[in-house]
Every structure is written in C-alpha cells, then in structure tokens.
Design a protein around this ligand. Structure first.
Ligand code: ADP
Length: 260
C-alpha cells in the first residue's frame, strides 16, 4: 500500500518553475532515499509533502487523503519533518524543544501529561541527547542541534518521518548512529523519506531511490539501478568509480582525484 503519493506535482516559487510533473510514491514501511545535485528540487518536494508549501498543479495524498483536506495538526500526527534548519531564535533548552514535538497532541491550554513526558524522554534517548537536556539550544554545536531537531520529530511519534539531509552536520560516529537509528525505526514500521547528499549512505540504507535532476524525476529504482558510473556522469557531470560494497551487495562510490 502507498502511504504517500505525489502525482504530477509542479511548483514555482515566483515565476520560475522549480518542479515539473513529479510523481512517485512511498510504500508503507519503506525507506526511500531522494538524491540529486544541488538545486534539483529535493527540499522543495519534501516541503510540499509536509504541507509547508502548496503545489501549483498535481496532488499529494497521505494514506489516500489529499493533504489539502487534512488539518495541519492531524497531518503532524502522521508526518514529522526534520528540516536542515537548525537555527533557533529563542534559546529554549533541549528538552523544551523536544517537548514541542508533542504540540499536535495537545489541545489549547492543555498541559503535557505522562505520555508526553515519556515520548519526550524516549526521543532524547534515541538521539543520544540525555546529557544535553538542560542545555540552552544555542550553546550546542550544529551537529548536536541537528540531533535535537530529529528528537523533536521523534517525540511527535509519526508514522512517516521525512528528513532533509539528516547527517549533513554530523561526525562519522553520529552519521552512523543516526542512519542505524533510522534503520531500526524503519524495521519497527516507520515509513521514511530521506534526502541524502552522501550517495554511499543512501546506497547502504535506502531500499529504493528517487534521483532528481533539474526539477524532474530523472530515474527511480534500487541503489544498484541508479548508482552507476554512467548515470552519475550524466547527472553530476563527475567521473567516479563504482564498486560493490565489500560487505553488502550495493554500489559504493570512489572518487578519482585528477592527475593521479
Ligand atoms: P535541493 O534541495 O535539491 O538543493 P531546493 O528544493 O532547495 O533544491 O531548490 C530548488 C530550486 O529552488 C533552487 O534553484 C533554489 O534556488 C530555488 N529555491 C529554493 N527555495 C526558494 C525560495 N524560497 N525562493 C525562491 N527560490 C527558491
């Protein structure tokens, strides 16, 4: 069953068309990766799915319902978005920010209850943030703040997690930890869409990939289908060597420095 479907999505910020006839689906329980060069429209399609932007043409359905007809709080119980934005204007503590993920479950002026505190604490533990919980957000490094944004999304207890470059500010240890955490959440039933610039991580962790180029879906398929020397040359204008990962039957990219 498709939990998300985008059909013929077109979108412009002003007059310039950014996305043209983008169609793809996310199956229930799938771990889908979106890859493509800078400016291909990856972040824009995520923002459209989460209801932050509205498509000019086409439809987006979540569990068969057009997102235009779903109230924002209801959508937020279903989908959580981990954006690239880790800048916070107000200097709340880490645990206060993670608790904000419970907002969709609270009625006006209602205080958080035991379930909300438990969801917050699980999310803090999942993102390895227990030692940071009392720290003001702006005293954290960008990588630590990125984990706070993920923890806030997990506190939302969504069925679908949408992530825009979740590992971009992270060191090797935390890149691996976050990708393994996403794999675990996915095994437990969460459906995931992640934009990832690191094609080797996408190849290792995603079951299926959507390759975007110049506002269109260039190709979709398994990492083996998409991560080839020919396609990467066409889309990224870069000559690379693609080998088989030594432990998993997936492609792995090696760069060839010039003149060596
Ligand atoms: P990607 O995530 O693939 O790098 P984006 O979706 O962020 O691509 O951007 C796609 C295109 O839309 C880019 O050309 C970018 O400059 C443009 N764009 C993104 N956000 C805005 C905005 N708020 N206003 C105008 N143009 C934008």
């Amino acid at each position: 069953m498709n939990i998300i479907e985008t059909r013929d999505i077109s979108f412009s910020y002003n007059t310039k068309e950014i996305l043209t006839n983008v169609s793809f689906s996310l199956k229930q329980g799938e771990f889908l990766g979106i890859i493509g060069p800078n400016g291909a429209g990856k972040s824009t399609i995520l923002r459209l799915i989460c209801g932050i932007l509205r498509p000019k043409h086409g439809t987006i359905t979540v569990s068969g319902h057009d997102t235009r007809g779903i109230e924002r709080k209801q959508l937020a119980k279903k989908i959580a978005f981990v954006s690239q934005e880790t800048h916070f204007v107000l200097n709340f503590t880490v645990e206060e920010i993670v608790m904000m993920g419970r907002f969709p479950y609270l009625r006006a002026f209602q205080r958080e209850n035991k379930t909300d505190y438990e969801a917050r604490d699980h999310a803090l533990a999942y993102a390895d943030l227990q030692d940071f919980r009392k720290r003001p957000i702006n005293s954290l490094s960008s990588g630590e703040r990125q984990r706070v944004v993920l923890a806030r999304a997990l506190a939302q207890e969504p069925a679908i997690l949408i992530l825009d470059e979740p590992t971009s500010h992270l060191d090797l240890h935390h890149q691996f930890a976050i990708m393994e955490l996403l794999k675990k959440l996915n095994k437990e039933g969460m459906s995931i869409i992640a934009v990832n610039h690191d094609l080797n991580l996408a190849s290792l962790y995603c079951e299926r990939l959507i390759l975007m180029h110049q506002g269109k879906v260039f190709e979709q398929g398994s990492p083996k289908d998409l991560i080839t020397e020919k396609i990467l040359k066409q889309v990224y204008q870069t000559e690379v060597k693609v080998i088989r990962h030594p432990q998993k039957d997936v492609p792995h990219i090696l760069l060839n420095p010039k003149g060596e």
